[in-house]
Write a protein that binds this ligand. Structure first.
Ligand code: CA
Length: 230
């Protein structure tokens, strides 16, 4: 399989080099540019699999780059992870609304960067199949087409939100989703889902899964994940 290509749009050369070093080591093809204009040009000339997009750029800023890419049929399929300053929460929200797939607050560790890139690329490759593909994990059978979960042949009744959370977690076993991630990924499907209500949903979900509920793990201070039995 071809190596996934990543375009880094970042004006700080230190950060550029750091990203390039670590992602190249993981086998990705990394190209770096230092401005929004160059980023747009590079993405249009040869659309990469993923863009790491700094929001604070000289000239055309990151949000405008994101908007332009998501409004163009040639580039709208590219996964975008925004690189943001801690203080720019409203930019993050705007970016996600414009179609960015994820964000990472600076400073981030190389490990976080690699994990995030890997997860988002995996999302992309499995997305089409996800909609209808039945997942088998830890003795659970999750059938998205029927919105049905079976444990050892027995059907478990879940609410729509509980089902969506379980389906999300089970698509990337071991990957930790923050409450924000979860809210963001299942929003629009049901009226209002808040951080706090995610906790309530998880409690309900665990209870209904019985002894299998233990695989839905809380990662303190971070969020939730589905542990794979081994
Ligand atoms: Ca910058």
């Amino acid at each position: 399989m071809a190596k996934p290509s990543i375009l880094v749009v970042e004006d700080e050369t230190d950060i550029q080099e750091l990203i390039k070093y670590h992602l190249s080591k993981e086998g990705y093809l990394v190209t770096c540019v230092g401005s929004g204009e160059e980023g747009l040009k590079a993405a249009r000339t040869q659309p990469p699999n993923l863009i790491l997009l700094d929001l604070m750029l000289p000239g055309v800023d990151g949000l405008d780059v994101c908007k332009a890419l998501k409004n163009d049929s040639k580039t709208q399929g590219i996964t975008i992870i925004m690189l943001t300053a801690k203080s720019s929460e409203s930019d993050v929200v705007t970016g996600l609304e414009l179609g960015a797939d994820d964000y990472m607050p600076k400073p981030f560790s190389p490990r976080e960067l690699i994990a995030r890139v890997r997860a988002r690329l995996r999302d992309k490759t499995t997305q089409a199949a996800d909609e209808h593909t039945t997942i088998k994990i830890n003795g659970l059978l999750i059938d998205p087409g029927r919105h049905e979960v079976m444990i050892e042949g027995r059907s478990v009744k879940l609410t729509l939100t509980e089902f969506q959370i379980l389906h999300l977690l089970s698509r990337s076993p071991g990957w930790v989703y923050s409450r924000y991630d979860i809210v963001n990924r299942i929003r629009g499907q049901e009226a209002i889902v808040t951080d706090r209500s995610i906790d309530v949903q998880i409690v309900g979900l665990r209870k209904k899964l019985g002894s299998f509920g233990r695989y839905v793990e809380t990662v303190r201070g971070v969020g939730y994940r589905l542990r794979e039995a081994n």
